[in-house]
Design a protein around this ligand. Sequence first.
Ligand code: BGC
Length: 483
Amino acid sequence: MVHLGPKPPQHRKGTFTDVSPALMSTLKELESQFTVSGETLRKIVDHFITELDKGLSKKGGNIPMIPGWVMDFPTGKETGDYLAIDLGGTNLRVVLVRLGGNRDFDTTQSKFALPSHMRTATSEELWSFIADCLKKFYDEEFPDGVKEPLPLGFTFSYPASQDRISQAVLQRWTKGWSIDGVEGKDVVPMLQSAIEKVGVPIELVAVINDTTGTLVASSYCDPEAKLGLIFGTGVNGAYFDVVGDIPKLEGKTAEDVTPDTPMAINCEYGSFDNEKVILPRNKYDIIIDEESPRPGQQTFEKMNSGYYLGELLRLILVELAENKKLIFQNQDLTKLKQPFVLDTSFPARIEEDPFENLSDVQELFYDYLKIETTVPERKVIRRISEMIGERSARLSVCGIAAICKKRGYKTAHCAADGSVYQKYPGFKARAAKSLRDIFEWPADLEDPIIIVPAEDGSGVGAAIIAALTKKRLKEGKSVGIKA
Ligand code: BGC
């Protein structure tokens, strides 16, 4: 049977007769600003490939292409107890992973809500918060103590340079984080000393990116998994390259490493096109960038990741209401004018509203923003949300296509995780359709490159990587650049 993927959601054409001509013409203008044709996608992908290569070169480029020092594929026979922590946007997740040795595992986890000010707290506050959570978890799970320190894999999902797997020098915060005193520093000693202060026998053995964890956890279970991807608050991808194809590692690896040794690469492609030559940015993208804590950075991410989709919608609505005076007239816009007041669940819920008169949207706007909406306004809001969601999905897959083309993968499972992938309505279908637009596969060919749900990368992936690292160390093999 030919599988062409799920059908993308259709917007409701021909139902805009009650929308005023002025609003309609603005909507058309927005449509042209948010539409990305197949041809544009293909041009973006071509440039993306050049940039991935540049990132691996000695000179480097915008895309960091960070070697993650995972140099073995998991065998599935890894065993033992490992701790994993994942510092996400809203939670700190602590996971105990018991690797069973037969491609199987058990996990026990706790989630600790990050206090709302944590994104901009002090460095000490951050590390001691994490250490306190680890202690709580440890006390609960190991009331009788442990014989050997527990190996910990730390999923730190920000661009961090690594000369070895137990090091992570933060290049810059992303996704709205901005804690002073961490950029340019190795986070490992900071966390390890906070752990020592709370006095728990935990040894930080590996720092990994969430995409690398996703790649490794998924390839542990599925040999066809070639990419690990996150479509969430941020966007990024990881894949296995070989050391011989990474010019910037030339002369830097130890004797046990050969040109065909695999190397997980955390692309950090959220920074694609920071020099702004190819992405079709519109004025809302420019505002988002200029008003962010790190203007000029993460250009690609700012156009399609979950952290920004609600904000894009908000900026457009403020413009339509305040500057153009086309919607929400004579209403209090105070709440709507608060930056980032709408998170991604907002456009997602708008797109999900099943009712013809969009009554869910009506409720949402009233409950959340104290704004009354008319039916035509709601139709316009819905259409704008679709445009934002659709563009996000279309741009998102450019990274996948570029890696697959670069590595010559004709078929692949691209293991994906993240809130946008999991929860944004229509994302999966739109992404599959966009891959088709890029690769121009014949209509009767089943999609050879597909996005599949990932295994738990930041838990199981981090644990497997900790296990692989322990094993390499035991065998006297290198886990970083040569000493
Ligand atoms: C970070 C990456 C991360 C991605 C997804 C980006 O903002 O720079 O390290 O993988 O978000 O979480």
